[in-house]
Design a binder for this molecule. Structure first.
Ligand code: ATP
Ligand code: MG
Length: 735
């Protein structure tokens, strides 16, 4: 109704309104962080419904994370005043999984296909690679999997790879192995994550009737975080959006400064292609940031200004009310002190009345979370790891999921392999080989082969008996599943298979926790109507269970934090080799570094009220302490928007400390080279010599090279053998 209409549109600025009211035709909203892009998309969704331009299921809305999908669903429900159901709203992968279940037969799968995780993919690929007898040191399976994934990201099925797109990887056999891998997946009635997009796009490309069906269905398409779409996602969108008459009601929102997934094949160029592919596209720019205080914006803007390739946008604070607090840069002695300091700060902010739910620790890499977790557990601050690294990744959970997968789909060989000897049933490599040979010979799944070989006596004695028991247990569980449902069936299976007993007998300190986790898993199962739906949920979400009751501090990666916002954001580990990452430094290119900088920009702009950045003077990597130096990004933050503070007692802040620590070993110290003791008292830094561009220099570790860039404390050197490195000037010698 018009009354409702006025209410929801009144809370928007004129540019946002324009983006919402331009419902028909292609539209691109290009705007900086916190300018209300997602809000525009959500309101547009509601606007289309309230003006009766489409039914809820006729809108296709793509979000980047499951969390974002949930939030959008909630926002739409609130705007509409009733729960939104039956929506085509989710991540690219979730939407494609749903489409693929409908059309699986067209590419030789059944609708109950399994989605494999990375572990299973690797195991499968290793098996598939065997006949080629490659030198696996030179051509490791994970590398090949990467090649295959990039092909999939680009929408290339084996048949679509032209000689020009082929690679030298695996002695030029990569394409053939890819082909074999895809065939094997089909035999297993399985697909990997990349296949969800690839298969659906291929179906839409080759089945005009199916495509026409979706053209009739989807009247409007909405896409969030458009800067991070990869080629296959782009193809999928374009196929679905372009109606036979050439029209397209597609609205994409994005920010080139937040493009952080190029490592997964994302192409910022898709933003530039938009106007070309959708002629007559309108472009709307939003310039008012409603999220962050002026200092937070100023710090973020100053940082991102160091990137060369930008489309260029203006960002003004929409919250004229508050300057807010300056961004705090805190130097600490080491990574333990960092965890302590962050947790103490979170605790004291909580005492001042800030909810933990409004705080987040955003890390560059997964390994950083452990120190915080330990500390948070000690201090009793409730927290959650967002992004799935924890719960479903645990061994006992993965084992159980494998049991459930075999239950759900007896042809799931990878899952069967995982459980056949867990707990130990005496199935060694020889027995496994026999199983494989028989399965291949008879063109059967492993479970069927196991049955044959136990029944005909090939697998004899205790081994045969134990496998027979396992198979009988699985059969019995299937009966229970049909009769009593998946929760009872799961409990039965875990008990009768001996799996629970295995952990009860286990004397390790982790065992009780594992049993707790298994209980929790059964609890989670009860939230789903069927086993199949639960397994699909796990495969897609892999996200930490959320106890909504209690306010918790969130820990997540910067990548996972995209699109989210918190009052207070902790950004630890701003050190060379952590952030920017060591890999980026090793690769040495500008592109990688600019992507890291965009990631830093994403991090700072998550904060509404306060951002705290930490850097430690040394860091424990596995068992060793390694000296570290402050991230170059810290030098790039405009001084007027930050405060710098050192919490290292008598120690000197920043560069001086680490510079002298650095003297103990080279910047890229390997664990073997570094000392496992804590660094001793720092010595004063030597005065750094000055360098000119083009100067020939020598470094004790990297050898000889040429200076290609110079700034306050660093020089960038192109070494003859070691590539381009950015180093402290005091460690380079003029030639
Ligand atoms: P990001 O680039 O980080 O994804 P975004 O552009 O999607 O950011 P939103 O998350 O939609 O931005 O909005 C940022 C915050 O500003 C949200 O809390 C949102 O509710 C608020 N906001 C957006 N538009 C307005 C407005 N016109 N008036 C007041 N608040 C607004
Ligand atoms: Mg957003």
């Amino acid at each position: 109704s018009p009354t409702q209409g006025e209410a929801y549109l009144a809370r928007l600025n004129p540019e946002q309104r324009a983006a919402i009211e331009t419902t028909d035709g292609p539209l691109l909203v290009l705007a900086g962080a916190g300018t209300g892009k997602t809000r525009v998309l959500t309101t547009r969704f509601a606007h289309i419904l309230l003006t009766e331009r489409a039914k809820p299921w006729q809108i296709l809305a793509v979000t980047f994370t499951n969390k974002a999908a949930r939030e959008m669903r909630e926002r739409v429900s609130t705007l509409l005043g009733n729960p939104a159901e039956g929506l085509w709203l989710g991540t690219f992968h979730a939407l494609c999984a749903r489409m693929l279940r409908r059309h699986a037969e067209t590419i030789g799968l059944t609708s109950s296909f399994t989605i494999l995780d990375t572990d299973d993919q690797l195991r499968l690929l290793k098996q598939v690679m065997e006949p080629w007898r490659l030198d696996t040191k030179r051509w490791p399976a994970p590398g090949l999997l990467g090649v295959i994934q990039r092909w999939k990201d680009r929408g290339l099925t084996p048949a679509r790879i032209t000689p020009a797109e082929d690679t030298d990887f695996a002695n030029g056999h990569a394409r053939a192995i890819y082909d074999a891998y895809q065939q094997r997946l089909k035999q297993l009635n399985a697909c990997d994550f990349g296949d969800l997009m690839l298969h659906v796009t291929e179906i839409l490309r080759t089945h005009p009737d199916i495509l026409a069906q979706y053209h009739r269905l989807f009247r409007y398409i909405l896409v969030d975080e458009y800067q991070d779409t990869n080629t296959v996602q782009y193809l999928w969108l374009r196929l679905l959006a372009k109606q036979p008459d050439g029209s397209a009601n597609i609205c994409c929102v994005g920010d080139d400064d937040q493009s952080i997934y190029s490592w997964r094949g994302a192409e910022v160029e898709n933003i530039l292609r938009f106007e070309k592919d959708f002629p007559g596209a309108q472009v709307v720019r939003l310039e008012r940031n409603y999220r962050s205080t002026r200092h937070i914006l100023g710090a973020a803007a100053g940082l991102i200004a160091h990137n060369g390739e930008r489309l260029g946008k203006t960002l003004r604070s929409g919250r004229e009310d508050s300057e807010g607090e300056k961004v705090r840069v805190v130097g600490v002695w080491d990574s333990d002190a960092e965890a302590r300091s962050v947790c103490e700060r979170a605790e004291s902010l909580r005492r001042q009345g800030h909810s933990l739910a409004e705080m987040a620790i955003l890390v560059r890499a997964g390994f950083q979370t452990r120190a915080f977790e330990e500390r948070l557990v000690q201090t009793g601050l409730p927290y959650r790891i967002v992004g799935g690294i924890r719960f479903y990744e645990r061994a006992e959970i993965r084992d159980t999921l494998a049991y459930l997968r075999v239950l759900n789909q007896p042809a799931d060989d990878l899952a069967f392999e995982r459980i056949v000897n867990t707990p130990k049933r005496g199935v060694g490599p020889a027995a496994l080989q026999k199983l494989h040979a028989s399965a291949r010979g008879q063109n059967q799944p492993l479970t069927a082969a196991a049955r044959t070989l136990t029944e005909n006596g090939t697998l004899k004695g205790k081994l045969g008996e134990q496998i027979g028991t396992l198979l009988n247990t699985l059969d019995a569980t299937r009966d229970i599943l049909a009769r009593d449902g998946h929760v009872v069936a799961t409990e039965y299976l875990l008990e009768e298979s001996g799996y629970l007993e295995m952990w009860r007998q286990d004397r390790s300190p982790e065992a009780p926790g594992r049993l707790e986790n298994l209980k929790e898993l059964v609890r989670a199962l009860a939230d789903f109507p069927t086993l199949g739906e639960f397994l699909e949920h796990v495969a897609l979400v892999m996200e930490q269970d959320e106890n909504a009751q209690e306010a918790r501090l969130s820990i997540m990666t910067l990548h996972g934090a995209k699109g989210l916002e918190f009052d207070i954001v902790f950004l630890p580990g701003w050190e060379e080799g952590v952030f920017p990452s060591q890999r980026t430094l090793d690769e040495g290119g500008l592109k990688g570094l600019e992507e890291e900088r965009r990631l830093a920009y994403v991090g700072i702009t998550r904060a509404r009220k306060l951002a705290l950045i930490y850097h430690a003077g040394s860091r424990r990597i596995y068992a060793n302490w390694q000296p570290s130096m402050p991230s170059r990004f810290l030098d790039e933050l405009p001084e007027e928007h930050i405060t710098r503070k050192n919490e290292g007692g008598t120690r000197q802040p920043g560069l001086r400390t680490t510079e002298s620590l650095f003297a103990a070993g080279p910047l890229n110290a390997t664990p073997g080279l570094s000392s496992s003791r804590r660094p001793s008292t720092p010595r004063p830094a030597a005065t750094a010599p000055t360098f000119a561009l083009g100067q020939q220099v020598r470094h004790p570790r990297f050898g000889e090279g040429t200076v290609i860039a110079v700034d306050r404390h660093h020089v960038e050197v192109a070494f003859e053998a070691a590539g381009t490195k950015r180093l402290l000037s005091s460690f380079i010698e003029k030639l």
